[in-house]
Design a protein around this ligand. Structure first.
Ligand SMILES: [Zn+2]
Length: 154
């Protein structure tokens, strides 16, 4: 399990507006709940530009790998026309699972920022240092409120 703000990303991604991009990820998470998906959302940022945004599509497509981070990595690669996503930072509402963290590493994504830890499936705390910079706890309270809201809907 990752603690808060485990790595300083400023050297890697410059003066990124964490809350601006996390707000976009949380908006995707709200959309996911509306669609009957698990609560999560992700956006991919390159040079302070939002290149892709996604929410989980597991229930709607029947693809068990269509987590928010997987979908946003695929979409960013498609839009940029390259499999190497170095320079990108992915913002996620919830700490990604082992599969998603693996995808971020395989794609050479520079950084991961997430709002709230996933104590059951979260795998960002086990990332080998240097391969992926991780920052957690950005807008954590908003994400927690969203979780409560989603739990009440079920
Ligand atoms: Zn995942």
């Amino acid at each position: 399990m990752a603690g808060p703000a485990t790595t300083d990303l400023t050297a890697t991604i410059g003066r990124v507006n964490y809350e601006l991009y996390m707000s976009a990820a949380l908006a995707e998470a709200r959309e996911a709940v509306r669609n009957g998906e698990a609560l999560d959302g992700a956006v991919a940022v390159l040079d302070e530009a939002l290149v892709a945004r996604a929410h989980p599509q597991v229930a709607t497509t029947g693809d068990p790998t269509a987590h928010a981070v997987m979908v946003v990595v695929r979409e960013a690669a498609r839009r940029l026309g390259r499999a190497d996503l170095s320079g990108l930072v992915v913002f996620a509402a919830v700490e990604p699972c082992a599969m998603c963290v693996g995808a971020l590493i395989e794609a050479d994504v520079d950084g991961l920022v997430y709002a709230t830890p996933d104590t059951k499936a979260g795998a960002a705390g086990s990332v080998a240092p240097g391969r992926l910079s991780v920052v957690s706890g950005i807008m954590e309270r908003e994400a927690a409120e969203l979780r409560l809201e989603a739990a009440r809907r079920r």
